[in-house]
Design a protein around this ligand. Structure first.
Ligand code: SF4
Ligand code: SF4
Ligand code: SF4
Length: 168
């Protein structure tokens, strides 16, 4: 084989290897990347649709408490309608999904029972309006079935749900 033909074959071989590499990377990306939906708590208006529009009988959307933001208040606006000492005070959650536990003098921890929470956002709205805004609605990744198009995102009046690409 003369020098010219040898060089031509070498260049063709390198090109084929580069093409294979690019195809491999594309394939790896398409198999490991997936699109999921998430809620932006700053945009959410707690309209109630998260509880009723999800394709699941019991919505994939749940309330979460950011403990770094939470004030551990004795009077949690998301938990009570009025100060706990008031006889008129009632629980905000219609499903009794907020768990209140005393953790110090005048200090209370609020956890969510995910089995009971339907993602209605009633507690979240009050926490955002009157409290520290530590409660927020989020799509539970363990429950969400990753619909091609999220039914809630399509109906969300605040455009608070967006699709993001994540590694599997
Ligand atoms: S549909 Fe949108 S605005 Fe309504 S509760 Fe869900 S995320 Fe919030
Ligand atoms: S989002 Fe609704 S169901 Fe869930 S804890 Fe808050 S009030 Fe209860
Ligand atoms: S992607 Fe489907 S299952 Fe997940 S929150 Fe939206 S409607 Fe519900």
């Amino acid at each position: 084989m003369d020098r010219r033909r040898f060089l031509k074959r070498s260049i063709q071989g390198a090109g084929a290897l580069l093409l294979l590499g690019a195809m491999g990377r594309l394939l790896a990306r398409s198999t490991s990347d997936r699109v999921v939906y998430q809620i932006d708590p700053a945009k959410c208006k707690h309209c109630g649709k998260c509880a009723t529009v999800c394709v699941l009988t019991r919505s994939a959307v749940k309330n979460v408490n950011n403990f770094e933001k939470c004030g551990y208040c004795e009077y949690c606006y998301g938990y009570y309608s009025d100060h706990p000492s008031s006889h008129d005070s009632k629980k905000i959650c219609p499903n009794d999904a907020l768990i209140r536990k005393r953790v110090g003098e005048f200090k209370y921890e609020y956890k969510i029972d995910r089995g009971k929470c339907v993602g209605c956002g009633k507690c979240v709205a009050r926490c955002k309006k009157h409290g520290n805004g530590s409660l927020a609605l989020q799509i539970d990744r363990k429950r969400c079935v990753d619909c091609n198009v999220c039914a809630i995102a399509q109906r969300c009046p605040a455009h608070a749900i967006s699709a993001v690409t994540v590694k599997s």
